[in-house]
Write a protein that binds this ligand. Structure first.
Ligand code: NIG
Ligand code: FE
Length: 420
């Protein structure tokens, strides 16, 4: 490691397969921009050079020369001492996963509901209300401790960027608390006051929408980057969802939508019409929905953990990709419909049951997640990007689906620092 004050440099080398998601040069065809026998140079938390391992010394020396304006020869002599060299042992390295959809601030769990579903009961959006009660009953510190545990769990499984939604508070104070706590651990905070109509507004849903777009939005917007609404039978109608999303957009929040999870409905078309960054679930789609997505910049985010945990049919990723839709994969980690934080699990299911190739699923869980969050600094390994890297205990990304359930994440760097 460099001396204090100097540039912090790490050279990750002897990488057998490097997934760059950067199709800009002579790399393998396909979406992953694969480079073999590669190395990555990291300086002060950012990627500064990517190339063949054999050229790494020159790459480092050239970078050092540019940064310090000292002689390249001098640097060739000293770069060993200035660079922390990490040997990947011929294994695969890929960008950290970008999980663009989670609901990680909540109290309690719903294991009983899951067990009942596995015995034949149907999933219903109304279950959200039992988590609302448990979340309201938890203290800030209890929620913080739980959140810290989830963040460690995400890092250990290779996730380096994650979005968190509110939605288990459903009052002004409770929602403000959830976005505030979420903001302590991520920049990607989504205000989801329109998750479900709370029990005290059950017979006047439009009055609840008024509250969401009024006082609740005013309290939550300063902590949030995004607004979301659950546009589904049993939650909010397209008209109610539109009011919420337009109000959020008017105060500068980006738009995301939960739609078409439990049946066909207006969620996807509303998302496309409003220019949402992403519409999430997309389990039940008409041909018109698929065509609208294909003609838009809205990412379709698929959440395999939901269909796993609710025993529904999986969304058809193949149909979307073949139509030209950008597809992301995310965990939707929440206590009701999908209590997994594992992107490798989502990849395995997407490959086995949703028609995705391993390469498509890996792209969707890294670059796809970044697109769903409209981020260009994560989800790819290219100069200038955040040094968010995963070293796999495997020779290739294919093993993520080929060896389901096996912990293949050997080391994780976030902004150049080891986090797992
Ligand atoms: O994304 N669909 C709406 N919200 C969550 C489920 C939340 C719950 O059941 O607690 C989801 O699946
Ligand atoms: Fe969700």
């Amino acid at each position: 490691m460099s001396d204090g004050g100097a540039v912090q440099r790490m050279l990750l080398t002897n990488i057998g397969e490097l997934v760059t998601n950067d199709p800009t040069d002579d790399r393998d065809g396909g979406p992953l921009g694969i480079l073999r026998d590669a190395a990555v140079l990291v300086e002060d938390g950012r990627i500064s050079w990517v190339g063949h391992a054999a050229h790494a010394a020159e790459g480092v020396a050239a970078r050092a020369e540019r940064d310090t304006r000292r002689e390249a020869d001098e640097h060739r002599a000293t770069w060993d001492a200035e660079v922390d060299v990490v040997d990947a042992g011929g294994r695969a390295v890929m960008p950290g996963f970008v999980d663009s959809h989670t609901h990680l601030v909540f109290g309690g769990d719903r294991a009983d509901e899951f067990a009942a579903r596995m015995a034949g009961r149907r999933y219903e959006a109304g279950g959200i209300r039992s988590t609302v009660a448990a979340t309201r009953a938890a203290t800030d510190d209890e929620l913080r401790a739980r959140l810290a545990g989830f963040v460690a769990e995400l890092h250990a499984q290779g996730t380096t960027t994650f979005e968190i939604k509110s939605g288990y508070g459903l009052s002004v104070e409770a929602e403000e608390r959830l976005v505030r706590l979420a903001r302590e651990v991520t920049d990607e905070v989504t205000f989801l006051g329109a998750h479900v109509v709370p029990a005290d507004y059950a017979d006047r849903p439009d009055a609840y929408v008024d509250l969401v777009i009024g006082e609740m939005l005013t309290a939550c917007a300063p902590h949030s980057r995004w607004i979301d609404a659950f546009c589904e039978r049993g939650a909010f109608t397209p008209e109610q969802s539109r009011r919420v999303l337009e109000a959020g957009r008017a105060v500068g929040l980006g738009v995301r939508v939960h739609g078409n999870q439990l049946g066909e409905g207006g969620g996807v078309r509303l998302a496309v019409e409003l220019g949402a960054a992403s519409v999430d679930h997309c389990t039940y789609l008409s041909d018109a929905d698929v065509a609208a997505l294909a003609a838009s910049d809205t990412v379709a985010t698929l959440l395999p953990g939901v269909e796993f945990s609710t025993r529904q049919l999986y969304p058809d990723a193949r149909r979307l990709i073949d139509a030209g839709v950008a597809v992301a994969l995310a965990s939707d980690c929440n206590p009701g419909s999908s209590f997994t934080s594992s992107m490798p699990f989502c990849i395995a299911v997407a490959v086995r049951d949703m028609g995705m190739t391993p390469a498509e699923a890996v792209w969707a869980s890294t670059a796809g997640g970044a697109a769903a969050l409209q981020r260009t600094d994560v989800g790819a390994i290219r100069p200038g990007a955040c040094a968010d890297l995963v070293l796999l205990d495997a020779p290739s990304h294919v093993h993520l689906a080929y060896r389901p359930g096996v912990p293949l994440v050997a080391c994780v760097w976030k902004d150049g620092a080891v986090v797992a």
